[in-house]
Design a protein around this ligand. Sequence first.
Ligand code: TRP
Length: 351
Amino acid sequence: MGAHTTRQLLALCDLAGLGAAESTAYARAVNAALGPVAERPLGLPPGIPSFLSDDHTPVEFSLSFSPGLAPTLRVLFEPASGFGTPAESSLLAQRALRGLAGHWGISTEQLDAVSDLFLPDDPQGAFSLWIALELLPGGTPRMKAYLNPAANGAHRTEETVRAALRRLGHHHTDADLPDGDQLLFLALDLGDWPQPRLKIYTTHHGLTPTAARSLSRMLDGPAPDELEAFVRTAAGLGPRENPRLALRPVQTCHGYTGTTGSAGAFTAYVPVRDYAPHDGEVLDRAALLLHRYGIDPAGLRDALGALTPRPLEDGVGLISYLALAHQHGRTPRITAYLSSEAYRVRPPNIR
Ligand code: TRP
C-alpha cells in the first residue's frame, strides 16, 4: 500500500512545484509513520476499516488553490493504522507523531497540553490520532494533529472539547461553541505557524443551501450569498432548488488563533461524492468554483490524472470533498480533497 500512496504523493509534489529531494524526503517520512500497514500487500483487505477515507486507505491528499499562487499540497494520514488493538495503535501513532515532529524540529507543546484528554489508555471511537502535513517547499512541512472528541465515549464529546478549550486558554470559545449536530474533530496546528490555530469541526446533517447562509461565525468571513452559492455549485443544485443534503453531511470548521473567542478562519466542506453521479461531473463543478475565485482549473485536472489513469466517469469519490476556506487577511481558497483509492473505486451513483 505504501508504494501506491508514495507514487501518488511524488506525482502530486511534482505538480505542486516541490523539488525532487524534498519530495522524496516527505514521501519517506509519511511512509515510515504509516507503520507496518505500508508494507501490507494491496491484494489483502485494508488492515482496519479506517474512517479516514471511504475505501479505508489511511491516506488522503488535498490541494488548496488561491488565485495566482501554486497550489498547496497537504497529506492527511492515520499513523500506525491497523496495528494491534486501538490502544496499541494509538500509542504507536503518538510515537510516530513525536518522531516526525522531532525530525523537523516541530514543537508538540499544544498537543502535550491536551493529550490525556484525547489519547486515553483505552481510546473509543472511529479513530485516535491523524496527522496532516502541509508539504511546503524547503523540506520542513507544517504539521497538524487531528484529535477525536469521542475518545472518551460518544456521550462525552462536548465535555472533552470544552475541557481542551479551557486548558488551552480558549475560554470564550468554551462559552460559545460553534453550532452543529456533532463535534467531529479538534485539530491543532503544531510548531512554528505564523498564527497557530485550534480548529473545531462540526457536522450539519440535512442542511439546505439556504440554511448554509448562516453557517459562519467568522467576523469578516464569507457572506451568506457566497456560502449559499458555494454549497449550490458543489452539490450541483439550481438556483430554485432547496433540498436537504440528507446523505453525508456538510461540515464546517471554525479556526481560532487568539483567545478572544472570535473565529479567524472558517471552512465549509461539501461531501461532493454523495451528491454527484461521477467524478467527471465533480470536476466540472470544481472548475466552476475555481473560475469563480479566479483560479485556473488545469492544476486540479492534472492532479486527478496523476492519482489514477481511470476515466473520471467510471467512479465517484476521487474528489471526496470540495471546500471553501476563508482566513482573516487572506483571499478565499478552494480546496479539493483527493482520495488514493488504493483499495476500491466507488462505482458511479445511478440517479
Ligand atoms: N472520511 C471522513 C469523512 O468523510 C473524514 C475526512 C477525511 C474528512 N477527510 C476529510 C472530513 C475532509 C471533512 C473534510 O467524513
